[in-house]
Ligand binder design. Structure first.
Ligand SMILES: Cc1cc2nc3c(=O)[nH]c(=O)nc-3n(C[C@H](O)[C@H](O)[C@H](O)COP(=O)(O)OP(=O)(O)OC[C@H]3O[C@@H](n4cnc5c(N)ncnc54)[C@H](O)[C@@H]3O)c2cc1C
Length: 462
């Protein structure tokens, strides 16, 4: 077979999503295939979530549920248990453990290396360190252009772009955003450097990213008060171990409105509670059904969910590992961590820090905090039309992508087929992971990504 006739699939993004599509292609391709995996960072397999070297940053899913392979549910657990006691790994690993996130990055890289080693003859993976900035159709395929001038041909392209940096906490241009006192992306190495140990800090957001930052500050010996401000003052709930609850939507069609869905779920939680069963397994039973339930809602109903239910859903769905929750509670009880519900009105740099003014929720009362640093922990966003990366700007300008009607991600079919601007399938462009939020809602964690990656790879190989 000549080099020209070998099919080439390009994957842009070497986080978990991109790596797992590559893994599935390597495992399943029987005819010669060239896979190009583009990642702009040094390492593949990590992305924002697993790129942290901080050992306090734990997975928020127990080891038993973090397999990268849909057909081998215990794969991660076995892999990690096989390394127990090695440098940096815990002495023992059990199914219920919440392991440090960097370990999962190592795991993804190991899974990729193994798939590469076991691929059929002629099925090859090329890892390319580069920032893809444009895609152009050309005779017989697509040309990918990188920021450094290199270009590569392919037949099909997968966008595995993942988590975008968060929104600004106040959505208007502020001088403080250009100051050393403001951290927009808390994951950047050294983002928390230079905070005096006794100084107060404001974290905007109170979700899992905020919790990571509190732990990171604590580990660095920070003694000041951490103020955590969020709109509703909701905080992530804590994981508990419970037996699985039955799939209670199996016999009934998904509700057509958010109100009906809300009532149905509340009724089930009450029923379970009557038998001494916790709400957690009831919500978890919804998870495999979520794409179908979401798909049955109109865009108006999905918008209603975003307005009224999303904050509660996030706090109950994205839960904390118990050990993490304990550390947070100890710090809160010591008065070193304070939570507030309110809306941030202003952030003004002063000679010795930042003055943050917010209005307490449900009141007209204003509070002012004086802090040394403001850390933006509003969480990653997925509105691809607002993120000014050249690739997205160019794809939008070429009409190759569009955001979904709620701008939660890309406009696409549930199987990852990308839809062009106000048009149908592009044909050669696909996506998975967080970009499918508008279409599937539940799509950005490993248990969902591994299934999407397998389905997409099978589709790409047809
Ligand atoms: C802090 C945090 C903790 C999390 N913890 C968990 C957890 O415990 N369990 C769980 O199941 N899920 C967790 N998640 C969810 C997480 O989103 C997924 O598990 C997974 O990491 C998503 O992977 P991804 O590849 O889709 O995106 P990302 O990890 O964001 O990776 C996308 C990659 O694409 C690259 N890229 C983007 N654009 C380009 C370009 N133009 N050219 C080249 N490269 C490009 C980026 O550099 C990046 O490496 C967490 C998320 C976050 C943010």
């Amino acid at each position: 077979m000549s080099a020209e006739s070998i099919s080439t699939i390009a994957i842009i993004g070497g986080g978990v999503s991109g790596c797992l599509v590559a893994v599935q292609l390597l495992r399943e391709a029987r005819a010669p295939l060239r896979i190009l995996l583009f990642e702009r960072m040094t390492d593949v397999g990590r992305g924002v979530a697993y790129g942290t070297e901080n050992r306090e940053h734990l997975l928020n899913v127990p080891a038993a549920r973090m397999s990268a392979l849909p057909d081998e549910p215990g794969h991660f657990l076995r892999w990690a248990a096989g390394r127990a006691g090695e440098e940096g790994y815990p002495a023992t690993v059990t199914a219920a453990d919440f392991l440090p996130r960097w370990i999962f990055g190592e795991y993804i890289r190991a899974v990729l290396a193994e798939a590469r080693g076991g691929a059929a003859p002629g099925v090859e993976l090329e890892q390319i360190k580069g920032d893809v900035t444009d895609l152009e159709t050309e005779a017989g395929g697509v040309r990918l252009r990188c920021g450094d001038g290199r270009s590569f041909g392919a037949d099909r392209v997968v966008l595995a772009l993942g988590n975008l940096p968060g929104e600004y906490p106040i959505k208007r241009p502020l001088p403080v955003y250009h100051s050393q006192r403001y951290v927009h992306v808390p994951w950047h190495p050294g983002a928390l450097a230079g905070i005096p140990p006794g100084a107060d800090v404001l974290i905007v957001g109170a979700g899992l990213t905020a919790v990571d930052m509190v732990l990171q500050l604590q580990e660095a010996g920070h003694q000041g008060v951490v103020h955590a401000l969020s709109r509703r003052g909701l905080r992530p709930q804590v994981h508990e171990q419970h037996a699985a609850y039955p799939d209670f939507f199996v016999e009934e069609p998904p509700p057509a409105t958010i109100l009906k869905l809300w009532r149905r779920v509340r009724a089930e939680v009450r029923k379970a509670g009557g038998s001494g069963i916790d709400w957690r397994p009831v919500l978890d039973a919804l998870r495999p059904r979520t794409p179908a339930i979401w798909g049955a809602l109109s865009w108006e109903e999905r918008a209603r969910f975003m307005r009224h239910v999303r904050p509660f859903w996030e706090a109950h769905r994205h839960r904390l590992a118990p050990t993490v929750a304990k550390k947070i509670e100890i710090r809160r009880a010591a008065g070193k961590l304070r939570f507030y519900a309110g809306r941030l009105d202003s952030l003004i740099e002063t000679p010795d820090g930042v003055e943050a003014k917010f209005r307490e929720r449900g009141t007209t009362r204003k509070q002012i905090l004086h802090v040394a640093k403001v850390i933006n922990c509003t969480g990653p966003r997925s509105d691809y039309s607002k993120y000014q990366h050249p690739l997205l700007v160019n794809l939008l300008a070429r009409g190759l992508i569009d955001h979904d009607p709620l701008a939660l991600g890309l406009n696409a079919l549930p199987d990852g087929t990308v839809l062009g601007y106000r048009s149908g399938p592009v044909g050669w462009l696909f996506t998975l992971g967080v970009s499918l939020k508008g279409v599937l809602w539940e799509c950005s964690a490993v248990p969902e990504i591994r299934d999407q990656a397998q389905r997409l790879a099978r589709r790409l190989l047809v």
